[in-house]
Structure formats: C-alpha cells, structure tokens
Design a protein around this ligand. Structure first.
Ligand SMILES: Cc1ncc(COP(=O)(O)O)c(C=O)c1O
Length: 397
C-alpha cells in the first residue's frame, strides 16, 4: 500500500471531535448525549442573514473575487471602524471561516521549522494548522490558579529565538474565556515591535465580553500597522458556524499581498455565505445585548453548579463561552470516553472535550476538560449533575 506522509501521521486529532464515534455509538444505543464539547451555539442566526440568502435573485452561483466581495469588505471596514479598528476594504481578505484565515496567516509569516509563541491552553486547531505548515508551536504556560492571566512578559522574551516569527493570542480566549487587558495588549505589542515579530490576534469572540469589561484589539494599538494581523469570523458572532466565512485583517500590505496568493489557490470564499454575512452586518445591537445576557446567565449557572463538585478547580471566564475545569482525576481522555461508553443518569450522558489537546506541552491539561456553555440552562444544569455523579463512581486507570 502507498505510504502516508510524516506530516499526515503527526497531524493531531481534534480533542473537540475525536470522541464523536463514541458519542454516535452511545446515541445508537439509545442514550441522550449532552454536548459540552463543541462551541456550536444554540442561539438563532439573525433572520436578516437567512432571508438575504432566501430572497436573492442570483441565476448563476458564480465565484466571487478571491479577496471576497467588494461591497462586503467595504461594509466590514465600517463594522471595524465602529469597533475603533481603523481599516479599509483593502486591508481585508474574506476567508472560508476564521480557520482559513489562520492557515493563510501561518503560511504567510513562517517557513518550515519556524516558531510561533502561543500562550497555552489555546484553541486546539492552532496545533493542527501549525503541523500542516511544518511550523513549531512554542507554548508559554498560563495557569488555572491565576485564571489564565498572561504569563510574565519575561517568559515570552525567554522563548524568542532567531526562528520566532510571531506571537499568537486568542482574545477573548477559547478555551479559557480569558479577556486580555489593554495593558497586556500594550505589553505584547511592545515585544512584537522590539523583536520585530508579528502579533496575531484571533478575535472571533470579540463581541462576547462580560462583567462590564471591554475588548481591546491589537489594531487599536498605535504603531502596530506592520506587526498586527487579526483573524476573524462570523461563526460565533452571528451564530453562523455553517456559513464558513471569516477574514484576515492587516494594515501590512506585504501580508495582504502574500495571503492573497494563498487565497488565489483556493479561488474564492463561498458566494451565498458572503451574501448572508453582508446582511448579518445589519444585525441590531439588541441582538448582541440579548445574546450576551444569555451567555452571562449560563456562565454564572455553570460556574456555581461546578463549584459544588468536590476537588474541582475552575477558571472564571470573562469572555467567549468556554471554561476549563480541572477535575480530581488523572486522565480526562479516559474519563470522557468512559462517560460516553459506560455512564448514564436516566439514560443521559455528557460529552466533554479533554483539555490535553489544547496544550502543546506534553503532559499538561491531562486532568482538565473544556466545557462550552452553548446550551440552555436546564441542559447545563443536568450536564453538571451527571458529571458530579460520574466523578463519585469513576475510577482512574
Ligand atoms: C478561537 C477560534 N478561532 C477560530 C475558530 C474557527 O472558526 P471558523 O472557522 O468557524 O470561523 C474557532 C472555532 O471554534 C475558534 O474557537
């Protein structure tokens, strides 16, 4: 049989999706599975976006421009301006999800064996994109004990080598819910400038900030024009994960020119989904106010329920819709699989994402899980009850 590439072998499985076959088997066996593993919100997509696709009069579903529809990018630039991010349509490439913006960014800034520093735990697919590009992820550890705050700047500087091309942050963070302060963004920007690195911010959860805290973007910071690259997406903002639309934003013309070549190779982003995304920009503020209120009440309920579990440690999220919980177990991979295969409460079980895959450092996160609070409060409450009962009988391997 022809062989598989080394790269193919080293591609990590997604910790969010790898247990799906066990969940499917549990469902076929009659169990109800409550999904805490995946950030697929149950929030309704704005009707205005759905209607724009239903009501359009296209007779040929053509390719769009490689960089995305002109009108959509103009409107996106106005959206950014409203968020105090001063960019124009020329600074934006529309991509097939934030995922593609991440891979275009990595491809544009780093060669094989180059390094990107990322605070961990981080969005697990950063590992996947880096592996696909042959790039080394250099983690800087943030701790649950201090709520995943940015590690000391000295820690970043220690890790910078001649191969370092950039620092990647997720703000607000998946999987931690950590929201970077203005001061932290300023410090990171200063390092990027001092060492002539890119600072990449994955801001796909920009709207989801809680407790009166505001998001501060790397492109609000002065003097970052050559260094800053934003990765963005409509997936979570408008609960449009299936649209597969995101974008890469940078004032650095060389970056845009280079990313565009990657984009040309895949021709264009999806046409219908750009129509929906353009319309979604008209979504009223009241939609976001309602969604935020809902997420805050889900978070509060989730945290207070989790706190009743003996021996648990929880990071307190101020943004996005995830939290990391450290459990009194040894191996959350085994625990998560055992839940799906063996544990039921009234015919129900829970699917969680084992957290080791959100780390690059071997051995970290093994007793942690990531929980997405994208379900209604009733389901969240039942899910935590199931976890609590499961931990009473679960035996480490
Ligand atoms: C932090 C982060 N970045 C990027 C993505 C990719 O999003 P998409 O490709 O759906 O736009 C996700 C999806 O969950 C995410 O959580």
């Amino acid at each position: 049989m022809p062989s598989i590439s080394k790269k193919g072998f080293s591609m990590p499985e997604s910790p969010i999706r790898k247990l799906v076959p066990y969940a499917e088997k549990a469902k076929k066996g009659g169990a109800k599975v409550i999904h805490l593993n995946i950030g697929q919100p149950d929030i309704k997509t704005p009707q205005i976006a759905l209607d724009a696709v239903k009501n359009n009069t296209l007779s040929v579903l053509e390719y769009s421009r490689t960089e995305g529809s002109e009108v959509y990018r103009e409107k996106l630039a106005s959206y950014y301006l409203k968020n105090e991010i001063n960019v124009s349509a020329q600074d934006i490439i529309v991509t097939t999800g934030g995922s593609e913006a991440l891979s275009f960014t990595m491809g544009s800034i780093a060669d094989t064996d180059d390094e990107i520093i990322i605070p961990e735990p981080f969005y697990a697919n950063y590992n996947g994109f880096a592996t696909a590009m042959g790039i080394k992820v250099v983690p800087v550890v943030s701790q649950i004990e201090n709520n995943f705050a940015l590690p000391l700047i000295d820690e970043f500087e220690k890790l910078i080598t001649p191969k370092t091309k950039g620092i990647l942050i997720c703000n607000p963070g998946n999987p931690t819910g950590y929201l970077y302060t203005r001061e932290e963004i300023k410090k990171l920007s200063a390092i990027a400038k001092k060492h002539d690195l890119y600072l990449i911010a994955d801001e796909v959860y920009r709207e989801f900030t809680y407790d009166g805290k505001e998001h501060y973007s790397i492109l609000q910071e002065q003097g970052m024009e050559d260094h800053a690259i934003i990765v963005d997406s409509v997936s979570k903002r408008y609960s449009m994960c299936g649209a597969r639309i995101g974008c890469l934003v940078s004032k650095n013309k060389e970056i845009i020119k280079t990313a565009l070549k990657f984009a040309q190779a895949r021709l264009s982003p999806p046409t219908y989904a750009q129509i929906a995304s353009e319309a979604a920009l008209e979504t009223p503020q009241s939609y976001f106010d309602d969604v935020k209120t809902e997420y805050v009440s889900r978070r509060n309920l989730l945290i207070s329920e989790l706190q009743q579990i003996d021996g648990i440690k929880i990071g307190h999220p101020h943004g996005a819709f995830y939290c990391i919980a450290e459990l009194p177990i040894k191996d959350s991979d085994h625990f998560a699989q055992w839940l799906l295969e063996e544990f039921r409460v009234n015919g129900e079980t829970v699917m969680v994402a084992p957290a080791a895959g959100f780390y690059a450092s071997e051995g970290l996160g093994k007793n942690q899980i990531r929980i997405a609070y994208v379900l209604d409060k009733e389901s969240l409450k039942r899910a935590v009850y199931i976890l609590k009962e499961a931990l009473k009988v679960y035996k480490d391997q």
